[in-house]
Design a protein around this ligand. Sequence first.
Ligand code: NAP
Ligand code: ZN
Length: 350
Amino acid sequence: MPSTTRALSLAAAGAPFAKVDLERRDLRDDDILIDIAFAGICHSDIHTGRDEWGAAHYPLTPGHEIAGTVAAVGAAVTRHKVGDRVGVGCLVDSCGECEPCKNGLEQFCTKPSVGTYNAQGYDGEWTAGGYARQVVVSERFVCAIPRGIELDEAAPLLCAGITTYSPLKRWGAGPGKKVAVVGIGGLGHMAVKLAVAMGADVTTISRSDAKSSDAIALGATRHVATSDGQALRDARGRFDLIVNTVSADLAMEDYLPLLRPLGVMVNVGLPSQPYAVHPGSLIGGDKVLAGSMIGGVPETQEMLDFCAAHGIGASVETLDATDAAAVDAAWDNVVAGKVRYRYVIDAATI
Ligand code: NAP
Ligand code: ZN
């Protein structure tokens, strides 16, 4: 018999959250039942829940930044045991056999991979995410949360952490490199912490000076407010790498000039509208405009271990969801850029 769990659910785009009893499948041999402690609120939850990307399927329980403890394991599980502290990110299944899967890039599984929510599993069932008390996930997609990272500060690492760690590492953030992070939200503040830990010189670029002192406290050496057009012009030609985490449309033509020759601008923010880019803005200076999508399971574990080694967790505000309307309000706050810097829902209050 499948079990039920308390969860937050949206009936339609624009509907408020309601509490429901959600069915979780009976444990398969490779499955783990997780008691969720905290679930981060990612802006992708909002894009999806409000149907800004299209293809939203309701009822919808979002949440792909999950941290908790193992409550039960299937007969063949070897990677984790009851009581272990674990995390689940954006993926819950992939074929395991295609080239991307074999290379630890499960997010690019050709079958394709199955998202933690708003996706159809290989069994045809729709997945439901971490805004819930419990979740059932194959052990292949469950990471160990190392000692030294509290579960609330760990949850956002499962999406915001890996989504910024992966491009920073791939594009060489490290000593001697000047990195700019555009947008200081959930992803952005993690990008700052991680790039600083990798040894890079980090500049934050934000709409105003409101987050300036926070940015310096996170380890940035300077802060640029885009409201000051001159400050943005003064930053031209400075950076080896720009990580754009902005959730809304951004004028690429204002940011590509900030790169040095051979510099890379990598977009992880995913607004619904296309960017306009003149080819000359890339050709002049041999610049690279790139994208990056979350990260595979091995790299997610590597990122968690890196965070533990460097004493890094997310900066969180804990959300009491006793009243489901608190989550609706939290979403509005995220869109308004008011959260410092990631909400995590206390799953016990769901
Ligand atoms: P977030 O916490 O809302 O942060 C986004 C930041 O963008 C804000 O803090 C704000 O920074 C800036 N911003 C917001 N509206 C803006 C506007 N109109 N103009 C300029 N800047 C604006 O969101 P998040 O959870 O970090 O997610 C950021 C984006 O990444 C979302 O689009 C999300 O869907 C996407 N995402 C992508 C992946 C991936 O795999 N590529 C994974 C997760 C999320 P300031 O206040 O500092 O200006
Ligand atoms: Zn996310």
